[in-house]
Structures are given as C-alpha cells and as structure tokens.
Design a protein around this ligand. Sequence first.
Ligand code: 5CA
Ligand code: ZN
Length: 484
Amino acid sequence: MSEKSPSKHGEGFGRWFDWVIDAAEVYDYGRYPIKGMGIWRPYGFKIRELVLARLRELLNSTGHEEVLFPLLVTEDLLAKEAEHVKGFEDEVYWVTHGGLEELDVKLALRPTSEVAITYMEKLWYQSYRQLPKKLYQVVSIFRYETKATRPMIRLREVTTFKEAHTLHESFEDADRQVSEAVDVYSRFFDDLGIPYIVSKRPEWDKFPGALYTVAFDTLMPDGRALQIGTVHHLGQTFTRAFEVKIYRKDESVDFGWQTSYGVSDRVIASLIAIHGDDRGLVLPPRYAPIQVIVVPIPSSDEDETERVWRYAENVYERVSRESGFRVEIDLDREKRPAEKFYDYEIKGVPVRLEVGPREFREGSVTVFRRDLFKRSTVKLEDLVSTLQDVLADIDKRLKESAWRGFRSRIYRVSTLDEAKRHIEEKAGIVEVPWCGSDSCAFRMSDASGGKTLGTPLEVTDLEGLKCPICGRDAVTFMRLARTY
Ligand code: 5CA
Ligand code: ZN
C-alpha cells in the first residue's frame, strides 16, 4: 500500500472518485485525447453489464421491447420540433463531411432519440390496437456539454444511455406510463441500494418539449445532488410535429401521446460513490463481477503449502458447485496474500475466503466481509450456507446504510437562513415551504445558493406553513440543493 488513498467524504470526494475508478480498473478517464469521453475497462464493463441486465429485466417484464436506432439524425428531423431543437442546439455534434465531400444535409450525432423514434412511429403505428407501445434502447448519445465534464457524471459521449420511448392513445395513458416508469426506476435504484428523492421539476427545468418532467435525484458524498434519471410526459409535442395520427376506439383520429425516460452512466457512478469507502469499491453482491474470492495462504513448510493449495481448490470447487455465486480462486504463487487482499478490497469483492495452514488443519475457512472489514471462521460444512447468509446480509446492510445516510441529509426547514446554512455546509437537500410562485422560487435559490430541484409528487404536512419569501400559505415544498 504505497500511496494513501484520498478520503471519500467532504471536499475530497472528486479526487476519491477519480482514484477509485482508476485503482479498481473500472473506467479510464481523462487520458483519451477527447474531453468528456471515457473508457469502460474490463472490470468496469462487467459491473456495467450486471447493472444493465437488471434494468433490462425490469423493462422487459413490464412490456418494454428493446430496439436499436441509427446514431445519426438529419438536420431537418432534429429541427422539426422547435422547442426541442432550441433546448439542444448548443449541445449537438454535427457530421458535415463524408470523406472529402461536404454532405448536402448535415447529420447530427443524436443527443437523445425523440425525433428519430417519432419519425418511425408514424410509419409503424396508426391504430389504438397497436398501443401502448414501449420501446427502449441502450446506446451512446453525444452532448457537447459546456459545464465541467466529469467521468460517468457529465460526459460528452454518454455510453450507457438507456432511453425508453412510449406511445399511447390518450393523455391519461401517458400519465399512467409516467407512474409505471417511476415505479420501474424506483425498483431499479432500490435494488442497487441507491437512495433517491423523486421530484416534479419546475417549469423552467423541464426536458425540452415535455409537458412535465419527473426526476430522481440522489446525493453524492460531498452533499451535492445528482440527477440519476428522468421521466417526461411529452404530450403531443413530437407526434404533432411528425403527424403521428392514431385511430381511436371511437373511430376519431388524434395525435398520439408520448413519454420518454432515461438513465445513464450516472447510475454506475452513484453505485460506486454511495457504497465505496476509503479502501476502494464496495459492491452490493448482485453487481459484483466476483462475489467470492478464495485466497490460499502459504505455509513456511513447502509440503504443507501444497496441501493448503489443494484444500483451497476444494473450497473453491465446493462453493462454485453448491452456491451458484460468482466465485474465483487466486492461485498466483508470486503475489503475497497481503497484496491480493489489497487488490480485491479495492475491487470491492464482497467476500474473501482465506484458506491457510490453520484452516487446512481445522477443516475450516476464514470468511472476510469487505463491507464491515470483519473476519470469522466457519467449518467447511457450514460454508455455503454461511455465504448465503453473509451475502444477503451485505446487501441488506449496504442498502440500509445508504438510505439512512440519505434521509439524514434531507432537511425540512422553515426559514431561508436555515436553508442557506444547510446548503452552505454542503449537507444535502432542503425542503422549503413554497407558495407556488416562480419569483419566490428564484429568490429562494438566490438566497440559499441551492438549485431548485422541484416539488414532491404528493404533499402532506403543510398545515400552517408559510412561504418564507412572501409569507403566503405554502401549497407545496420547493426542494433545493447544490447540484452536479
Ligand atoms: N430523452 C429523454 C429521456 S431518455 C432525455 O434525454 N432525458 S435527459 O436529458 O434528462 O437525460 C436522461 C438522463 O441521462 C438524465 O436524467 C441524466 O441522469 C443522464 N444524463 C444526461 N446528460 C448526461 C451527461 N452529459 N452525462 C451523463 N449522464 C447524463
Ligand atoms: Zn412565496
């Protein structure tokens, strides 16, 4: 252990994050010669696959179907919907040449896929009988972000963009779809142990073209909020622009209604940031490429070392055969056990099985838990059932501790001073009673230094609360935080 790793908490979070994704060989960032573009390395790619597998499972089981659209969209497609193109105009990368020839029609690298998908929906769907239609894809999108770019968090090529696009015959159906999407994402984040708060974004912060936007925010260890997913009710914005007309049951014709919702690499950034510690990654077992690692420990006696090695292989085989866990054994004879321990700790392997001369003689195994940094010794016969309990307990504990930390950083306040204090201390998210007027929200934001995240989907406990700006009765809470 040569260099000391940076601390995850407080101001050092950014440095810790850069350190951990590099040291655990998850993601290479900042070295590829284009800003805002990173590389998923093999170990990171495996984590990403496990996260995507869960997401696909949730989407497929709720009637979503996976598709794959071209990366390029023509200039006129992108320009078709005025509000949308305005929202993205300063973020679009353009392809202007094919070889040496200048293209007649400029092509955009998609910043998102509403226009591409709506264009094809017009050709595919005409009747209510074909609806609802729920499509999704997992692709790269490109946004020429001008705020400071960050690995996984603010990319110019977002390589893990899961975007869903749905088409419905009525406003209400699309509204229900928003709820389904919120439910799917809630289950997804719950499973990852990523705590979140769901807010209706204020009017001035909607997705370009949407009727309304619902967003999931989590908190990074430095107290700043990170938007980890959004769900948009698109109304008829795009179906009008592209003339997607649907025959309804009563034989009338109306433009279709749409929603779209997406998550990105930010989800994996959150998984890392929320569970990790100063020693490296801490992965919930479901998302750990290696769930159990067997490390044999040599003896000073060579013969005994051979016996220990064979015993360790036995342990490995037994666990892989009987448990179904992703288990590996590290038989490297050059590396010292301490080095191996260190590496698997950085990589966040949930459980390490230490098998040395003592364990060999006793017919036991020492079980080390990455999350608690604790050892216990069990009999070989009890190992598989112990592992089942331990992995389940790790999962439960990580989730509980993440949510506990999150809840403790959400502050209901009644004055601007309190709001300001919590935000300045970079403590988390504040909820301020709000009268509903835009100008009061802007003033809250100015006075507190926090960005407006929006309002709860359902509001309770408003009795007697006043907007601290104008003194009128509050109709809801405005949430504010420093953000990424
Ligand atoms: N078409 C809609 C739904 S897919 C859409 O593009 N919505 S979005 O703009 O809000 O993006 C969806 C999610 O992607 C955001 O909530 C955010 O979590 C993530 N995201 C957006 N831009 C970036 C970026 N530059 N880097 C990493 N993640 C991003
Ligand atoms: Zn007010």
